[in-house]
Every structure is written in structure tokens, then in C-alpha cells.
Design a protein around this ligand. Structure first.
Ligand code: HAX
Length: 437
């Protein structure tokens, strides 16, 4: 059994026993109550899922196995001259609860590089797609085409015991994560660089190799990719992409089928597609105002125009967060170090200075602060990745790490099929009537 697989096994073995005892003793305790407004309002805040890899605090932001973003940046290993920690370390942490050593991260990097080969039929399917097909749709199709490689599906078909599900889920998970940069880079070079593909360099770490295959070998861009891949990886279980993967996985669909579903959820403008929308919105503002150096007053007027047309300001607001997203702030710090004079980056910062007050004044927006998607596009554009409709693909590659690590936990715990109860409006009316009497 490989290094991480055995570390994961040790980690979940103890927790599974603990969880069993906990359920036995406390299974009837009520943890939450549901208001009718929550039933109608997107189930906000209802506690109804186990999720081990991360947990979201409304003010502090995301914590991965208890560590917030600044702590992760300090503690996770940086190897081979990287200035940013490697996301491989975060994946190790999500599965084991332990910050890995440099040697463990180095091993994982090499393990992923050795699993990265993509079968030819996947490329053929991608090549058959017209470039007008959105890159997120192509990513979803690419992942589905890779499903031919699922070890879990094959073993399930042959007949396996429930106690071994986790093992094959682990294999699918790491194989899929290993292949995603190659898949995403293939889509990028096919759509935007005339199918001039760049071969993988297995001597590089996962993110650096991704940067290389996209076409930018600068050390700074490799560090941006390490940062980007780390901070987008997970946001607890209730967000649409994570919950979709968990739900699909609960039917014992394999990692490929489950992740493709999550990618489709991420492709919505209220979720991951917001990073594309932010950049499109900034470019529309630049065109409307006739300057790529708009003043804060000009930005204010444009924000008001956007709202007066009944549109949302992309990159702002959140269903859980009630403070500036630490993932936004981490990117701002990166920007200050590497591209403080870039006009587009400065627009992002000026938008940050004016938007929260305007949204707050509307009186209905619960969180007027920027989320992760408000910043990422400007940094990518600085390093030459200028195609806005590709941005959510990068988010998807990173998000795969968190949701697939959790899928391993789901199978290790033997979590059952997810099946909540829905009711009709008539039943709701009846309930209200009965409660009133
Ligand atoms: N611009 C304008 N209006 C906004 C707004 C924004 N950025 N954010 C919220 N509102 C509005 C809502 O549309 C809603 O209006 P109505 O009552 O008229 O329908 C009202 O304020 C209350 O909404 P809320 O309770 O504050 O927010 P929700 O939990 O319902 O929605 C969203 C959270 C993220 C969907 C929302 O803030 C939004 O649409 N933001 C812009 C899109 C965006 O950036 N999405 C990415 C979020 C992070 C993420 O998942 N990244 O992948």
C-alpha cells in the first residue's frame, strides 16, 4: 500500500470507530431545526452533512482540517525553490489531518506525475468538440470520457465488499487528480493556441507542470498556480459543486461521474463561473467608460448602473461568508508582490474600495465583501492567460482535490445514499394549518 493510502487508512480507522460510538450514544440528539424560509431559501445554514476536509467560518473564512489560509501558507511545505506551498501538501492534510513533511510532498508529487497519462480516446473526444463549446463543458466531457479508467466501477462490477470501497475510491481519486492538469491544458491549447500542445514535464510538481503545459514557464506564474490550486481546493460541503459530488458519490457512482457533476455545478454564474463574469464585467466597464484607468468615482457610477439594470455585481457576496474572503486577500497579497502596477489589478483593488459600501446601502445584501472570484482573473491575465471563459476550468481542477478527498472519506465511513425529504406547497399549507391549530 502506498505512503498516502496507508496514512489515510490509519487516519480514518481511528475516526470511524470514534464516529460509530458517537452515533450510538448521541444519534437522537437534535442538531438543527429548519425554518420554512430556509426550506424555500436554498437551505441556507442547515446542518445536514458530514464533511471532514474543511469547514467554513463566516468571518475567518475557510479552515482546512483546522488551519486557515495564512496558517497553511506558513506551514505547508514549499520544495524545490517554490515560494508558495504545494497543493499536494494540502491534499495530504485533507486526507490525514497531518501537515506533511517535505519528503512526503515530494513523494506525492512524483506519485501524481506517474499517474498522469491520459488515454488517446479522451483526446479524440475532445478534438471532436467544436471550440464554441464552453471550456467548462469540455472539461466535464473530458472527465466523463476518462470514466473508462475507473477502478472503482470495474471492481464494483466484479463484486467487492463495502469495507474495501475506500481503497478503489482512493485509486480513482489520485488518478483523476493526476490527470486533470493535462486534460485542462489540452482544452486550453486546443481552444486558444491552435492545438499546439505542450508535453508534460514529469520532473515538475503538479502545479508547475500545469503552468508549463498551459504555456508559461516563468517561476512566478508557477507560484501563482500553486497558490491558486491551494486556495480554491475546498469550501466545506454545502457549496453547490461540493454537495453535488457528495450526492452523486452517495449512489456509489465513481469519482469520474461524481466530479463531472460537480464541475457542471461549478459552471454556474452564481458559483465558479463568477471568475469569468468578473473579468467580462470589468472589460465592459472599461469599454463603457472609454478608459482602462477609471477613477473610483467612475467605478462607483458603473456599479450603480449595473445594479439599476437589475444585474448583480459579480465577485461580491457570499451565502456563508460575512467578511472579505481570505482567498481574495491572499491573491491581493500576491498581486502586491508581483504586479502592483498592473492597470487591471489596480482596477480590481479600486472596485474593492467602492463596491462594499454601495452593496451595503442596498440594505438587502447579507455580505457586501469580495469573494475568491473577484481577484483571480486579473492575476491570470497578467501572466498571459487572457481567455476569460477558461478561468472556471482552473477553479475546477483545484476544487477536484477537496471534493475527491472527501469522497474517499465518504466511502471510508460507509456513508449511505443521500435522500432528504421534499414537500409540496399543498403539504406545506397543511403543515402551517395544523401548527396554527
Ligand atoms: N450584487 C447584487 N446583488 C446581490 C449581490 C451582488 N453581488 N449579492 C447578493 N445580492 C442580492 C441577491 O441577489 C438578493 O437579491 P433579491 O432578494 O432581490 O433576490 C439579496 O442581495 C440577498 O442575497 P444574499 O442573501 O446576500 O445572498 P445569497 O446567499 O442569496 O447569494 C451569492 C449569494 C454569491 C449567489 C450572491 O451574493 C451573488 O449573486 N453574488 C454575485 C455572484 C458571485 O460572485 N458568485 C460567486 C460566489 C462565490 C463562489 O461560489 N465562488 O465560486
Amino acid at each position: 500500500m502506498d505512503l498516502l493510502k496507508s496514512a489515510f487508512k490509519a487516519s480514518f480507522a481511528a475516526k470511524t470507530e470514534e464516529l460509530k460510538d458517537l452515533l450510538k450514544a448521541n444519534g437522537n440528539l437534535v442538531i438543527d431545526q429548519v425554518k420554512i424560509e430556509q426550506l424555500h431559501g436554498g437551505m441556507r445554514g442547515i446542518k445536514l452533512m458530514l464533511w471532514e476536509t474543511s469547514s467554513l467560518d463566516a468571518i475567518e473564512g475557510i479552515r482546512f482540517r483546522g488551519y486557515n489560509i495564512p496558517q497553511l501558507q506558513e506551514l505547508l511545505p514549499r520544495i524545490h525553490g517554490a515560494k508558495e506551498p504545494l497543493p499536494e501538501g494540502l491534499f495530504w492534510l485533507m486526507l490525514t489531518g497531518e501537515i506533511p513533511s517535505n519528503e512526503q510532498v515530494e513523494w506525492l508529487s512524483k506519485d501524481w506525475a506517474s499517474r498522469a497519462e491520459i488515454p488517446q480516446h479522451v483526446y479524440k473526444i475532445l478534438d471532436s468538440l467544436n471550440n464554441s463549446v464552453h471550456p467548462m463543458t469540455q472539461l466535464s466531457i473530458g472527465i466523463l470520457s476518462l470514466q473508462s479508467e475507473s477502478i472503482f466501477a470495474k471492481k464494483y462490477d466484479e463484486g467487492i465488499t463495502k469495507s474495501s470501497y475506500w481503497e478503489y475510491m482512493y485509486e480513482d481519486t489520485v488518478n483523476l487528480i493526476a490527470r486533470l492538469p493535462g486534460l485542462a491544458a489540452y482544452i486550453y491549447r486546443k481552444c486558444f493556441h491552435n492545438s499546439q500542445h505542450i508535453a508534460a514535464d514529469p520532473s515538475l510538481d503538479w502545479s508547475a507542470n500545469f503552468a508549463h503545459m498551459l504555456g508559461n514557464d516563468s517561476p512566478d506564474f508557477k507560484d501563482l498556480m500553486r497558490l491558486y490550486m491551494t486556495i480554491h481546493a475546498d469550501h466545506e460541503g454545502g457549496n453547490a459543486s461540493a454537495h453535488t459530488v457528495h450526492l452523486i458519490g452517495s449512489t456509489l457512482s465513481d469519482a469520474y461521474l461524481a466530479l463531472a457533476g460537480g464541475i457542471n455545478a461549478l459552471a454556474g454564474p452564481l458559483h465558479g463561473l463568477a471568475n469569468q463574469e468578473v473579468m467580462d464585467w470589468i472589460y465592459e466597464m472599461i469599454a463603457h467608460l472609454g478608459t482602462d484607468n477609471p477613477s473610483k468615482d467612475q467605478i462607483k457610477e458603473y456599479v450603480k448602473k449595473t445594479l439599476s439594470e437589475g444585474k448583480i455585481v459579480p465577485g461580491y457576496g457570499h451565502a456563508v461568508l460575512r467578511a472579505p474572503d481570505p482567498r481574495f486577500l491572499a491573491q491581493k497579497e500576491f498581486g502586491k508582490e508581483y504586479c502592483a502596477n498592473d492597470p487591471l489589478v489596480n482596477i480590481v483593488w479600486n472596485v474593492f474600495d467602492v463596491v462594499p459600501t454601495i452593496l451595503e446601502d442596498l440594505g438587502k445584501v447579507k455580505n457586501p465583501w469580495p469573494n475568491v472570484d473577484a481577484h483571480s482573473g486579473a492575476l491570470l491575465e497578467f501572466y498571459g492567460i487572457k481567455e476569460h471563459n477558461f478561468y472556471t476550468v482552473l477553479f475546477g481542477v483545484s476544487r477536484a482535490m477537496g471534493v475527491l478527498a472527501q469522497l474517499c472519506w465518504d466511502r471510508a465511513y460507509g456513508l449511505p445514499l443521500e435522500r432528504p425529504k421534499s414537500i409540496t406547497t399543498e403539504e406545506l399549507k397543511e403543515f402551517i394549518l395544523q401548527t396554527a391549530n
